[in-house]
Design a protein around this ligand. Structure first.
Ligand code: VGL
Ligand code: ZN
Length: 203
């Protein structure tokens, strides 16, 4: 049975569906997050409840050039993933995609961990993705975060949302961690809660 949450969606709420892309959510993907495929039905149920309530829905897509200091082969941290124009960068085919904005992050070679901001891994310069302004223009006050990965992009998106003043909820049933180091997923939950976000459900 597909789990659903009891998050109350309304016109002032935005559901952020973070990086549900083949490289993270397909076992054949370049940076597969264990269980990433299993949460898609739960995410789809949230999307349908959010859409029915008139909430705003925003998808994000990790979107890297072939060469970027984000990748281990170029001096960074991660195996190659979500290269623009490849299968791995596409949203997972099982994800319900409604007519809604898609925020691409990392396109210029930056680390794009948060849906709200990107950061140059060498200079540390930060830049906005424009999402905060988009949500403010629509009168959004509450943000609900789901997707991948719990200890990377979901975490940074949730921390930013909370810092930017949104009433923020992360859906633990609809996210999974990379756990590069054992315990990263739980530490991410602790950090999100510490920042004032509500963690809903059991991961
Ligand atoms: C992500 C690692 C590297 C994510 C993106 O979407 O959580 N993780 N790039
Ligand atoms: Zn990435």
């Amino acid at each position: 049975m597909t789990e659903t949450t009891n998050v109350p969606y309304d016109e002032r709420t935005a559901l952020l569906v973070v990086d549900v892309q083949n490289d993270f959510a397909d076992p054949e993907g370049g940076l597969y997050v264990s269980g990433g495929d299993k949460i898609i039905p739960t995410i789809n149920a949230e999307i349908s409840r959010a859409a029915a309530a008139g909430a705003t829905i925003v998808y994000t897509q990790d979107h890297h050039p072939e060469v970027t200091p984000h990748f281990a082969k170029d001096g960074g941290t991660w195996p190659v993933h979500c290269v623009a124009g490849t299968w791995g960068a596409e949203l997972h085919p099982d994800l319900t995609v409604v007519d809604a904005p898609v925020v691409k992050k990392g396109t210029g070679g930056e680390d794009g961990y948060s849906a709200f901001s990107v950061r140059d891994p060498e200079s540390g310069d930060e830049d906005s993705t424009g999402l905060d302004q988009m949500l403010r223009d629509q009168g959004i006050e509450r943000v609900v975060v789901c997707g991948l990965a719990q200890d990377v992009c979901v975490k940074d998106t949730t921390l930013d949302a909370s810092r930017l003043g949104y009433e923020t909820t992360v859906l633990l049933e609809a996210t999974r961690p990379v756990d590069l180091e054992p315990g990263d997923g739980q530490r991410a939950v602790d950090a999100m809660v510490e920042a004032g976000a509500q963690a809903m459900g059991k991961g």
